[in-house]
Design a protein around this ligand. Structure first.
Ligand code: PEP
Ligand code: MG
Length: 596
């Protein structure tokens, strides 16, 4: 059951204030605040085009009518000896359902704000819940729970019909510039925002490399997290500026400040436009070394932006996003056929370029089902390959789907969170089993498909011979490698200041992995967020990295940096950095490197 938010919507407040948090996705956004309470996050959000509004209203009315019929049926089926409270309880629900405060108000929200039916209903229920909280009479105050239960009944019906009502892009004339402000947004919730009705995200909690932040970056939308009280201080419809580079949010800015940010926005847009000219330029350093630039994607649709940015392929397809955000179907994992179609879509879209598909990395901040998320310490729990090996049928299904997609282009399989030799051996054995099943079924696949390991647990980086002996390639997941090396939860903003890619221990582990891979003659990529950080491009090149995988939005800026680099000088400087254990000296040397 969704926990309904306690806050309602308010009229705009006018006092300007600034909040500081963690920058997670670059750029500047200026728009109206759109507050999302936890309840609102449990349902799909999209804006309905003008000509679809009445159909959406009908969808809501039909759902309400169906719940009415259900309640009537409950009444008639009540056993004679049922307690009288039960009948009264059904009556109360039926009464609430007929109340215009619910249906008429939600319909009004659909028509005036263009919200989809679920979102409109939840918005109205949040508003009513806040009003109920202010009631003195305890009995009446407790009726809030009844309203929420009735809303849940309607939402259940609506979600059953949600697939039929596809999200629509708002038409051009109805293009509100909305900035989502929430306490927290899960990665699955972020996926709902892909229709670009929203131009920015602000959350109270979250870390720089939480998956929510990563999705915001992949959407290329300015975002700031760890804002602590933002969702309490900012009010519905407030004007908000997000400075995604600085992690600053300004609510109700003065006209002068607004003007300054508008001017900066224009400069940024021009810089981006200029970068587009590099799309077809090969990523080659001044000394003639070719660098491979790959894209990180969450869904096959991201291949479009990857190609537009001139990516040489996909270096990380986070397949778990196919398993998330499935609304009412949350318990159903995608079938082999459904997964195959999605993988194939990406492979075909990339037109012969390599596509590295990572097997299901579920768990930690990407639970399959929020409600079943009970692990005490999820980041150290049954995550990624551990989960897959514990669920062999689910893993085999995915492996068959990936293998079948390999008949349509160059596919590689990447296994996340490996630490133990037996995990590698079992994974490889499962891949062989999936191949045997496909052979038996007469299905085509690439017999020589390459299998790689993510190096994202310090134990793996310290036991590299175990990996290079068994694997065809390595990919360094710096997000988790940093999390586990420094023992800091990547989603916890209270320890976000300790998340330091330049910590000497982190640099040693990355450098050792690159060196071990090269010595063994196998490819090594970095697919964590470090690969897309232009301030670290030179350092990674100096460590010997030749494959970078990042969000398409960051790719051209990294390429621009690569074109200016001379490797012999960078290598010398990097070797010096790797010999120092003093953070200040490392930071200064990395700064100095930018001018080499
Ligand atoms: C990583 O850990 O660096 C990585 C690329 O994987 P994810 O961010 O999906 O955990
Ligand atoms: Mg990881």
């Amino acid at each position: 059951m969704p926990a309904y938010g306690m806050r309602g919507t308010h009229g705009p407040s006018m006092a300007s204030f600034t909040l500081h948090g963690i920058p997670v996705s670059r750029g500047i956004s200026i728009g109206r605040a759109h507050l999302l309470t936890p309840a609102a996050l449990d349902v799909k959000h999209y804006l309905v085009a003008e000509e679809q509004l009445e159909a959406e209203v009908k969808r809501l009315c039909d759902a309400i009518a169906e719940v009415h019929r259900g309640l009537q049926a409950l009444w008639t089926e009540l056993p004679k000896d049922a307690p009288t409270e039960l009948g009264a309880f059904i009556d109360v629900h039926a009464l609430i359902l007929s109340d215009p405060m619910i249906s008429d108000a939600a319909i009004d929200i659909i028509r005036s704000r263009h919200y989809n039916a679920e979102w409109a209903l939840v918005t109205q229920i949040d508003e009513l819940s806040a009003q109920f909280d202010e009631i003195e009479d305890e009995y009446l105050r407790e009726r809030k729970a009844d309203i929420q239960q009735v809303a849940e009944r309607v939402l259940k019906v609506l979600m059953g019909t949600a697939q039929l009502a596809a999200p629509r892009r708002p038409d051009d004339e109805y293009q509100p510039q909305m900035i989502v402000v929430a306490h927290d947004i899960s990665p699955a919730d972020m996926l709902q925002f892909r229709d670009r009705s929203f131009i920015g995200f602000v959350t109270d909690v979250g870390g720089q490399n939480s998956h929510t932040a990563i999705v915001a970056r992949s959407l290329d939308i300015p975002a700031a997290v760890g804002m602590s009280q933002a969702s309490h201080l900012i009010e519905q419809d407030d004007w908000v500026i997000i400075d995604g580079d600085a992690g600053v949010v300004i609510a109700n800015p003065s006209p002068l400040v607004l003007e300054q940010y508008r001017a900066r926005q224009i400069v940024l847009q021009k810089t981006r436009k200029k970068l587009l000219k590099l799309k077809k330029t090969p990523a080659v350093t001044l000394d003639g070394t070719k660098i491979t630039l790959l894209a990180n994607i969450e869904l096959p649709e991201d291949c479009g932006p990857a190609l537009e940015a001139g990516a040489n392929g996909v270096g990380l397809f986070r397949s778990e996003f196919l398993f998330m955000g499935r609304g009412a179907q949350v318990h159903l994992v995608p079938s082999e056929e459904e997964q195959f179609e999605q993988y194939k879509k990406a492979v075909v879209a990339m037109k012969g370029r390599q596509v590295v598909i990572r097997t299901l990395d579920i768990g930690a901040d990407k639970p399959l089902d929020q409600a079943e998320h009970t692990a005490l310490n999820p980041a150290l729990g049954l995550r990624a390959i551990r989960y897959c090996l514990a669920e062999p049928q689910l893993f085999l299904t995915q492996l068959r789907a990936i293998l079948r997609a390999s008949a349509f282009g160059k596919v590689r399989i990447l296994i996340p969170m490996l630490a133990h030799a037996f995990e590698i051996d079992q994974s490889l054995a499962m891949i062989e089993q999936a191949k045997a099943q496909l052979r038996e079924a007469g299905q085509k696949f690439d017999e020589g498909i390459e299998v790689g390991a993510m190096i994202e647990i310090p134990a793996a980086a310290l036991a590299l011979p175990m990996f290079v002996r068994r694997m065809d390639f390595l990919s360094i997941g710096t997000n988790d490698l940093i999390q586990y090396t420094l023992a800091i939860d990547r989603v916890d903003y209270e320890v976000a200041h300790l998340y330091n890619p330049l910590h000497p221990a982190v640099l040693q582990l990355i450098s050792m992995t690159i060196a071990a891979g090269h010595k063994a003659g196998i490819d090594v990529a970095v697919c964590g967020e470090m690969a897309g950080d232009v301030k670290l491009t030179r350092l990674l090149l100096g460590m010997g990295l030749r494959e970078f995988s990042m969000h398409p939005a960051q790719l051209l800026a990294v390429k621009q940096e690569i074109l200016k680099c001379d490797l012999p000088g960078l290598t010398r400087m990097t070797n010096k950095i790797l010999r120092t254990m003093e953070p200040q000296a490392i930071a200064e040397a990395v700064e100095q490197m930018q001018t080499l």
